[in-house]
Design a protein around this ligand. Structure first.
Ligand code: FAD
Length: 323
C-alpha cells in the first residue's frame, strides 16, 4: 500500500485550479497503488483554502501555516513539504507543472533524494508500480517513465488531468509543523511581487483563449482585446509576438510558454509552428484565422478562416457583440 501527497497551490485564500488537476492524478495513482491521497496546504492565511481542500475527498488535509511563509519562496516551502512527505511515509509527492510546481518540486525531490517525473500527461500501472507518460520533442513523441527511488516526485500537466470535483464528504483538517529552512534560505530574500491585475481570466485556466501572432504588429491590443472582451476570454500570444514586444511575455503560449487547453482557442495571425502547437493543441475546439491557406495552423484547426485578420476580426467582434 502506498499513499500519495498532493502539494496544493493557494493564492488569495483560494486553491488554484491546478491543485484540482493534481488531485485527479492522486485519485488515479492512489487507486492503482491501493493507497490513499492526502493534501498539504502550505503558506499563511489558509483557512478558506484548507476548507476547499477538505472537500476533495482526501484521507487527510494537512495545513502548514506560518507568518514566515506569507510570501512564497521555494527555499522556505521545500523543507516543510519534504519533511511531511518523509515523516509520514508518502510514496508519491505530486503537484501541478505550473510555475509554482516547476519551482518547488525539484527542490523537494532533491531533499528527498527522489526521482522526479516532470510535466506528465498520463499514468498507467504496470506490475503494481506507476509509469508516467511524458511528452518529448515539443509533443512530437511520448516517453513512458518509471522512477525507481522509494519516494517519487511528480508534476502533472494541468491540461491533461480534468479538475477534480468536490467529493461530498468533508475531511478533517490537521495542522502540521513548519520545518525551519537551513542556511540556503538565508541567501534568498523576498523583495517584491508585481502582480499584473487583469479583469480577464487567467490564461492557463480560461475556458476561451484568443491568441495573436506576429502578424498583428503594433495593432495587437487594438484587434485582439475587443474580441477577447466580448467572449470573456483570456489573451494569449505566439512567441514571435512576445519577442517583438507586441504582447507581454507572460501571455506566450507554447513549448517555452504556457500550456493551455481551453474549450475554445482562437489563433489569429499565428502560423502554427510546432513549438506553438505544443502549448495549445489539447484545446477542445481550435479556430484559426490566417491569410495563408497553407499555414500549418489549419492542420490542427477545427474551423479555419482564410482572410485578412485586420478585416475579419473586427467584423467577427461586431457580429458577436450584436448577436
Ligand atoms: P509567424 O510564423 O511569422 O506567422 C505569422 C502568420 O501570420 C503567418 O502564418 C501569416 O500567414 C499570418 N499573417 C500575416 N499577415 C496576416 C494578415 N493580415 N491576416 C491574417 N494572417 C496574417 N513559439 C511559440 O509561439 N511559443 C513557444 O513557446 C515557442 N517556443 C519556442 C522554443 C524554441 C526552442 C524555438 C526554436 C522556437 C519557439 N517558438 C515558440 C517559435 C516558433 O518556432 C515560431 O517562430 C513562432 O511560433 C511564430 O510565431 P507566429 O506564428 O506569430 O509568427
Amino acid at each position: 500500500m502506498a499513499d500519495v501527497l498532493v502539494v496544493a497551490e493557494a493564492a488569495e485564500g483560494k486553491l488554484k485550479k491546478t491543485t484540482h488537476s493534481a488531485v485527479t492524478f492522486a485519485r488515479q495513482a492512489a487507486t492503482a497503488l491501493g493507497g490513499t491521497y492526502s493534501i498539504l496546504v502550505i503558506g499563511s492565511g489558509l483557512d478558506a483554502a484548507a476548507a476547499e481542500a477538505a472537500s476533495l475527498g482526501a484521507a487527510k488535509v494537512l495545513v502548514a501555516q506560518d507568518a514566515s511563509l506569507e510570501t512564497y519562496l521555494a527555499e522556505r516551502y521545500a523543507p516543510t513539504v519534504a519533511e511531511v512527505a518523509k515523516s509520514r511515509g508518502f510514496a508519491v509527492v505530486v503537484g501541478a507543472a505550473s510555475g509554482y510546481g516547476k519551482d518547488l518540486l525539484p527542490r523537494v525531490a532533491a531533499r528527498l533524494d527522489a526521482g522526479y517525473a516532470s510535466d506528465i500527461t498520463g499514468v498507467i500501472t504496470e506490475g503494481g508500480s506507476l509509469r508516467y507518460r511524458r511528452p518529448m520533442f515539443a509533443g512530437n513523441a511520448f516517453g513512458l517513465v518509471s522512477v525507481s527511488t522509494p519516494i517519487q516526485v511528480v508534476s502533472v500537466r494541468q491540461s491533461a488531468f480534468a479538475a477534480a470535483d468536490a467529493s461530498g464528504a468533508q475531511t478533517a483538517v490537521e495542522a502540521v509543523a513548519v520545518t525551519q529552512p537551513g542556511a540556503a534560505a538565508g541567501r534568498v530574500e523576498f523583495v517584491s511581487f508585481d502582480q499584473v491585475k487583469s479583469s480577464r481570466p487567467e490564461l492557463a485556466e480560461a475556458k476561451v483563449v484568443v491568441s495573436g501572432g506576429r502578424a498583428l504588429k503594433e495593432k495587437f491590443n487594438q484587434v485582439i482585446d475587443p474580441l477577447a472582451d466580448v467572449l470573456g476570454a483570456a489573451v494569449g500570444a505566439s512567441r514571435a509576438a512576445c519577442d517583438a514586444g507586441y504582447a507581454p511575455g507572460d501571455l506566450q503560449v507554447g513549448q517555452t510558454g504556457k500550456i493551455v487547453a481551453p474549450q475554445l482557442y482562437i489563433a489569429i495571425g499565428i502560423s502554427g509552428a510546432i513549438q506553438h502547437l505544443a502549448g495549445m493543441k489539447g484545446s477542445k475546439v481550435i479556430v484559426a484565422i490566417n491569410k495563408d491557406a497553407d499555414a500549418p495552423i489549419f492542420q490542427v484547426a477545427d474551423y479555419g478562416l482564410v482572410a485578412d485578420l485586420f478585416a475579419a476580426v473586427p467584423e467577427l467582434t461586431k457580429q458577436i457583440q450584436s448577436a
